[in-house]
Design a binder for this molecule. Structure first.
Ligand code: NAD
Length: 481
């Protein structure tokens, strides 16, 4: 990493933003100094400050959406939905804080009370991915600040401009500058932040490779919070349905929304043998109609480019590897502009492959597996070390019950895309997809820890058994004022 970090627009290759790389130590120290005062404020104060952040986001929604679209390449309409999610996060987090981490008092005999209250951890590091550069880190930052933590946020090195803009909006809303710090940098700065002795935890969204490295790095430090949101190799099963056209729409949305750059995109279509040909015809036709273009193009595209040429090369190479290992091409993945990372949706039938790689191919690439029985479909769905999202399209309520009971994933949907998740629900996965610290509505759980207190207004105590009968025993019941 050089001393400057430069961000380029994927769609044009033009430079968008540059800044000096941050000094991690000084950013952590600033946040460390600031957190006790922030934690001592009433939660209503912090809520109001964050509501002003919503006002700031709404006032600058078009600027932010434009920046997200330019820096990620995602269509402007989709960037606008990301901005909406950023604004909605505050009310959801306030509700979640109240529901998931409420204060409780349990009255006992003789004025004794047991209380449960929650405390912030202190200073939390947040590492963000590039695919939702505002919404996903925001999903950690808002609940962390609300609970009274200070935060050191390092956006992805591929989307630092959006990260910097997000921090600027928090500061302009009244979040003290030292309470939320920005670290500009790449993996090197991420490692330094994660290893910093003065952080109390790390909230991470990104790839399984990085998540596993962080998990190793945090081994032996049980005192630190580590929340990992990682990738998926998500299955979508299509079973008996009379409406193959709608099934195809759900498959295409699941696989190709955000140019396949969502953790919850379907990577594997598992289909009943008898339905495979007509369904694939529908999916192929629909995929061929998807507009792949610049984020601001008119008519609006369904998909923009992937994040950079390296990612596009990686995907096209993997398509070729699947082909040369027995995959049958349903639809070629192509590069319409040679030097830019636009990709058309690729579909490949890998049923005949002896060994299918269990990796997340983070782009518009769908693998198809045909199966003969529903049991085989579920076994195939679970044939992965990941466990983020899984959908069943078609079938019956009984088959859905069977699917729900046996599918190993943190998000399980029926007749909905794999990427349909409510922010009012927890979001996370098992296996290589997460470490049982789901985010979204349950983010409140990892931003504060519960403290149990037994309390009495008066100093009162007695020892009822096990004392010798002597003068000293009387002292025990004497009240000291
Ligand atoms: P990434 O793992 O490459 O990077 C994520 C962040 O970690 C970046 O800020 C990066 O600079 C930092 N980083 C990289 N290596 C590091 C290291 N060794 N130590 C410390 N920090 C390091 O992920 P990405 O490519 O930016 O994002 C795409 C991935 O994120 C996909 O795998 C996707 O599935 C996943 N994702 C998961 C969710 C979820 O909620 N589960 C949501 C969105 C994206």
């Amino acid at each position: 990493m050089t001393d400057a970090l430069i961000s380029f627009e994927p769609a044009t290759g033009e430079e968008l933003w540059r800044s000096a790389v941050s000094d991690v130590d000084s950013e952590v120290e600033a946040a460390r100094r600031a957190w006790p005062e922030w934690a001592s404020k009433a939660v209503t104060y912090r809520s109001e400050t964050l509501r002003r952040f919503v006002d700031r986001v709404k006032a600058e929604s078009e600027t932010l959406a434009d920046l997200i679209a330019r820096e990620t390449g995602k269509p402007l309409w989709e960037a606008r939905t990301e901005v909406e999610s950023v604004a909605n996060k505050v009310d959801i987090s306030i509700k979640a804080y109240a529901e998931r981490t409420p204060n409780r008092r349990i009255e006992g005999a003789m004025g004794l009370r047991n209380a449960v209250r929650h405390k912030p951890h202190g200073t939390l590091a947040v590492l963000g991915p590039y695919n939702f550069p505002a919404h996903l880190p925001n999903g950690h930052i808002v609940p962390a600040l609300l609970a009274g933590n200070s935060v050191v946020f390092k956006p992805s090195e591929k989307t630092p401009a959006v990260g910097a803009k997000l921090v600027e909006l928090f500061h302009s809303a009244g979040v003290p500058e030292e309470v939320l710090r920005l670290v500009v940098g790449g993996p090197e700065q991420g490692k330094a932040l994660a290893a910093h002795p003065a952080i109390d935890g790390l909230l991470f969204t990104g790839s399984a490779t990085t998540g596993v490295a962080l998990s190793r790095q945090f081994a032996g430090q049980p005192g630190k919070m580590l929340a990992l949101e990682m990738g998926g190799n998500n299955p979508i099963i299509v079973w008996d349905t009379a409406d193959l056209h709608t099934a195809a729409i759900l498959v295409v949305q699941s696989a190709f929304l955000s140019a396949g750059q969502r953790c919850s995109n379907a990577r594997r279509l598992i289909v009943k043998q008898g339905l495979a040909e007509p369904l694939l015809d529908e999916v192929k036709t629909l995929a061929g109609r998807l507009i792949v273009d610049h984020p601001h193009a008119d008519p609006a595209p369904y998909m923009g480019p992937v994040i950079d040429n390296e990612a596009a090369d990686h995907l096209t190479e993997n398509f070729l590897i699947l082909m040369s290992n027995g995959g049958r091409v349903v639809r070629h993945m192509s590069r319409p502009i040679a030097d830019r990372p636009f990709l058309t949706p690729g579909i490949i039938d890998v049923t005949g492959m002896a060994e299918r790689p269990d990796v997340e191919l983070f782009g518009p690439l769908l693998q198809v597996v045909r199966v003969d029985s529903f049991e085989a479909a579920i076994a195939e769905a679970n044939n992965t070390s990941f466990g983020l999202s899984a959908s069943l399209i078609g079938g019956t309520p009984q088959l859905y019950d069977q699917f729900w009971a046996n599918a190993r994933a943190g998000v399980i949907n029926w007749n909905r895309p794999t990427n349909g998740a409510s922010s009012a629900a927890p979001f996370g996965g098992i296996g290589l997809s997460g470490n049982h610290r789901p985010s979204a509505f349950y983010a409140a759980d990892y931003c504060a820890y519960p403290v149990a207190s037994s309390e009495s207004d008066a100093v009162r105590a007695s020892i009822g058994v096990g004392l010798r009968e002597d003068e000293g025993a009387k002292l025990v019941t004497k009240k000291y004022l």
